[in-house]
Design a protein around this ligand. Structure first.
Ligand code: SF4
Ligand code: SF4
Length: 180
């Protein structure tokens, strides 16, 4: 077994004031070149805002899913009604959320991985009311899980640089060559 640091961002909903500074900071950090533009549509964190219900919920983009889910219910929390999709982290075919506006490629929170590393992710740094709390914890994982993580990080980095379609094309070519 090996030790691995798991990074998390916890959200204190009672503190979030819906200022959306986190969206701006995230989009600026991931612009190419860095901070050359800020556009919330490119952010990997989106704040669900419903002023009438005093609802402000920051949600970080999770994994892309090709399958649309079937759970289209509404539910009630503290007397307020919500749709299932309201707080979902997935980029999916049903909606435009968490998709790069030019290319349509899915956006995923990468915890602001960079070299040199940031002391804390950008969204946490700019949140003045501490609604976002950065936490690192150590867990034990198998060597296989470590290798799998390295592969995923490598592929995400390539997809971010060259686009997902290009990476898939290249992998298909390599696969065909190896099968010969
Ligand atoms: S920066 Fe903080 S307070 Fe502002 S919307 Fe984001 S999480 Fe909420
Ligand atoms: S951790 Fe970084 S990539 Fe993830 S939502 Fe926050 S600013 Fe964006």
């Amino acid at each position: 077994m090996k030790k691995k640091i798991v990074k998390e961002i916890r959200v204190d909903l009672d503190k979030c004031i819906g200022c959306r500074a986190c969206e701006m900071a995230c989009s600026g950090f991931h612009a190419v070149p860095k901070f050359s533009s800020t556009n919330p549509a490119r952010s990997r964190i989106r704040v669900v805002v419903d002023d009438r219900k005093d609802v402000y919920v920051p949600i970080r983009a999770g994994e892309y899913t090709q399958a649309e889910c079937t759970g289209r219910n509404t539910y009630t929390v503290n007397g307020k009604g919500y749709k299932d999709c309201s707080f979902c982290r997935a980029s999916c075919p049903s909606r435009d959320l968490f998709k790069e506006p030019d290319s349509g490629l899915p956006l995923t929170c990468d915890m602001c991985e960079s070299d040199p590393p940031l002391p804390e992710p950008m969204c946490v740094q700019v949140c003045r009311v501490d609604a976002l709390i950065y936490v690192e914890r150590e867990v034990e994982v198998t060597e296989e899980e470590v290798k799998k993580d390295e592969v995923v990080i490598g592929l995400e980095s390539l997809a971010n640089t060259h686009g997902l379609d290009k990476v898939i094309d290249e992998i298909s070519q390599i696969y065909k060559t190896m099968k010969r």
